[in-house]
Write a protein that binds this ligand. Sequence first.
Ligand code: NDP
Length: 282
Amino acid sequence: MMLVFGSSGQVATELRGLLPDAVFWGREQADLSTDPDIGRMIEEARPDGIINAAAYTAVDKAEDEEALALQINATAPRKMAEAAARLGIPLVHISTDYVFDGAGEEPFVPGGMTAPLGAYGRTKLKGEEAIAAIAPDYAILRTSWVFSAHGANFLKTMLRLSETREHLTIVSDQVGGPTPASAIAEACVKIAGALKDQSSKTGIYHFSGAPDVSWADFAREIFRQAGRTVSVEDIPTSAYPTPARRPLNSRLDCRSLSAFGLDRPDWKAGIADTLAKLGVTS
Ligand code: NDP
């Protein structure tokens, strides 16, 4: 039995469709912020693998709530890693491009230097470090710009804004790979299965949608496919200040995922799929 942390999040929801026999623990079953004895809970559940799709994901709010974010993004994953080590089972954990500073224009490789710009990235990096130090069989899957028909994400924000706006200014100097949550869920399942058979595949991997694009061009494609007539004006990040600094270069080098037979997903197809699920037609 696979144990999934997260229940109603973007990736967790997609995992539900793929793993009908798995056990899903959301906040109600295990509130990671209040530090329940999740190590003991995991051992009692006796899963044969863990996928951690739970996280504190509010990037800007994390600047004011770093201790809480640290609890959910690092302390809890450390306990998952300790339990996985005791049970001898694989742990698949999702992480983020925000562990990098976004310098340059080259895609970041999994072994590249980490230097988070904000609290969210710092806490996610601490989670990665704990898992890598403790879990014998793990895969840390760094992804970026997640979207789906569920929860809050950029695609759904754009659709909402298109109901009332004909013109939007959108950041064009942050470039990365929008990633469908469904593709991340598929990758997690495949990786968890492979880790059970081949622990030599333990390590950090990158997985983001292709091709790399700016937020502004991502928005243009959303509006094109949804048949919304919204004009998009490029603006620099400096014209859209946010509490947390974000990396300008979120490109991830995903080539090592070929070890699992995985390619980068096509985010344009992901938009089409998501719009269909939302019942949006052009
Ligand atoms: P969501 O914000 O959609 O969902 C967060 C999940 O975390 C939910 O399932 C939620 O539980 C769970 N969670 C949050 N707080 C707690 C808590 N206190 N106790 C227990 N569970 C909690 O996240 P995504 O699906 O978008 O993200 C999945 C992963 O991808 C995360 O590791 C994230 O860091 C990473 N990521 C996300 C990006 C994005 O753009 N969203 C970009 C890059 C990486 P419940 O089901 O009960 O609500």
